[in-house]
Design a protein around this ligand. Structure first.
Ligand code: GLC
Length: 496
């Protein structure tokens, strides 16, 4: 006799849609279901696959730290440790109007930011959803789209008097993909990440490509800085919370930035910058352990995701952590159990067998389901996949979601710990500005990162505290544009 699937209620989906959930008790006899014991046995297996011990974490941190140092020492390393030409921290006194375009993993955002000084600002913004096709079509077309959106935004703000006719506003372009920078308003795309694949872009200067689109569409702006979202987050967070030393993004992608001493970036020695100056580094740590796969505990599900991605071998760390992949990891485990005849016998499973059908947002809903009957999970499975579940199965899915989410948070802690350890921030402690859908919306993600930091460092791990960061791609990019203007007006390092 299968365990009860009875229950009814409503569930709010991430889309805002309200879903009524009813389970029909008469179905219970119809379908064969795995017993509670079988599910518990399987869970034990996955527990050992997805659990990271403190000892293993410390080994990862050591390897990570060495990789970061290597990236600073030599050019063209797997983790590229990109010098950003953002010199030091903001003073908090930066003021003025700035435009920002943010081409992230999921959306395109256009903002007008007014910095008012004393850590204060105002912002107006418009968001556009990027389609999967746009991510794959010609790169210049993608930048044309960004220019068109910016043009509409500028025109609207001119019409309502927010902007003045004849102004040429400085523009910060947040382009959150790894770019090798020779100076602050230049960036050669090393490789697309986060599922983007637009041809004719890798290896080219994306700032120049965007300038070309801006010229074509006659947009009255001047691109003054090309910025990574992590660098923007670092600067924006420090603008409002000066204890911030590190910024991390846990969203569609995963990456970090921090402030380094120029003397500790041997690969830019030839530029003749004051060795005591400071410069923000965009780590691009999502690439940690790419190609060689020596350090990270990859399961066979991670390997499948990697091999079926548009960039096999690349972004190895990111593929275990970021929101783009977590739902897919869980889905692959479920599919394995379907193939093994454990789950959903006698039911049509084709809907859940579609790659990426299980969004990471579902994972967090599954974990946070407050009802005893796990109504949220019933809702997800019946509505999206037309599948009936028993309570034992739902409990299993929730536990599995926890394992996958917890592993991601603990690996994230390893990355943070590597920077903390490299920069000797542990004793004094520091704040870590964090942003991204995973960090902001996944219940318990931050707590698990903190728990992970304590597993690596012991009690002192409590000195490292993450908090929800300021909007790096909008506000951060404006502050960087302002800082750059001040620097250039002062005649400092005009060549970068
Ligand atoms: C990817 C990008 C990186 C970005 C991160 C978070 O890892 O390569 O540039 O910072 O996603 O958006």
């Amino acid at each position: 006799m299968p365990s009860s699937r009875r229950g009814s209620g409503t569930v709010t989906l991430p889309t805002g849609q309200l879903l009524a959930v009813h389970t029909r008790t008469q179905d219970e006899e119809d379908l064969p279901h795995a017993t509670k014991k079988t599910m518990a046995d399987h869970l034990r297996k996955y527990e050992s696959l997805f659990t990271l011990t403190p000892q293993r974490m410390r080994m990862i941190v050591e390897a990570f730290k060495e990789t970061l140092e290597l990236g600073l020492e030599k050019p063209e390393q797997v983790v590229p440790m990109i010098p950003t030409y953002v010199f030091g921290w903001p003073t908090g006194k930066e003021t003025g109007d700035f435009l920002a375009v943010d081409l992230g993993g999921t959306n395109l955002r256009v903002c007008l930011v007014t910095l008012q000084g004393e850590g204060k600002f105002e912002m107006t913004q418009t968001k556009y959803r990027l389609t999967e096709e746009q991510k794959q079509e010609d790169g210049q077309k993608l930048f044309d789209f960004c220019a068109e959106c910016l043009k509409t935004f500028v025109t609207t703000n001119l019409e309502d008097g927010t902007l003045k006719e004849g102004d040429t506003l400085p523009l910060g372009f947040t382009f959150s993909y790894p770019c090798f920078q020779e100076k602050i308003d230049h960036g050669q795309l090393i490789r697309w990440t986060k599922g983007f694949g637009a041809p004719n872009t890798e290896g080219r200067d994306v700032a120049a490509m965007f300038r070309e689109s801006l010229r074509k569409h006659n947009v009255p702006v001047e691109l003054t800085a090309l910025i990574n979202d992590t660098t923007g987050t670092l600067i924006a967070s420090s603008y409002v919370n000066p204890r911030t030393k590190i910024a991390v993004i846990f969203g569609t992608g995963c990456n970090a930035a921090y402030m380094e001493q120029v003397k500790d970036i041997p690969k830019i020695k030839q530029l003749g910058i004051d060795p005591d100056a400071e410069m923000a580094i965009n780590c691009e740590w999502g690439a940690f352990d790419s190609f060689e796969h020596e350090h990270l505990p990859r399961t066979k599900y991670d390997i499948i995701i990697d091999e079926q991605s548009n960039k096999p071998g690349e972004q190895a760390f990111e593929k275990l952590i970021s929101g783009r992949y977590l739902g897919e990891i869980l889905r692959l485990v479920i599919c394995e159990l379907i193939d093994d005849g454990v789950l959903f016998l006698g039911q049509e499973t084709y809907k859940i067998e579609i790659a990426y059908a299980l969004d990471t947002a579902f994972l967090s809903l599954m974990e946070s389901d407050p009802t005893e009957e796990l109504l949220m999970i019933i809702g997800i499975f019946t509505h999206f996949f037309a599948l009936e579940t028993t309570l034992a199965e739902r409990q299993f899915f929730r536990a599995l979601a926890k394992l996958v989410g917890r592993r991601a948070a603990r690996l994230s802690a390893c990355g943070i710990a590597a920077i903390v350890s490299k920069m000797n921030y542990l004793e004094e402690g520091c704040a870590v500005g964090a942003d991204g859908s995973l960090y902001n919306k996944y219940p318990g993600f931050a707590d698990r990162v903190h728990e992970g930091l304590q597993d690596v460092f012991g009690d002192k791990g409590r000195n490292i505290v993450t908090y929800h960061a300021e909007d790096g791609s909008g506000v951060g990019s404006a502050i960087i544009a302002a800082m750059t203007k001040v620097r250039k007006d002062a005649g400092l390092y005009l060549n970068v």
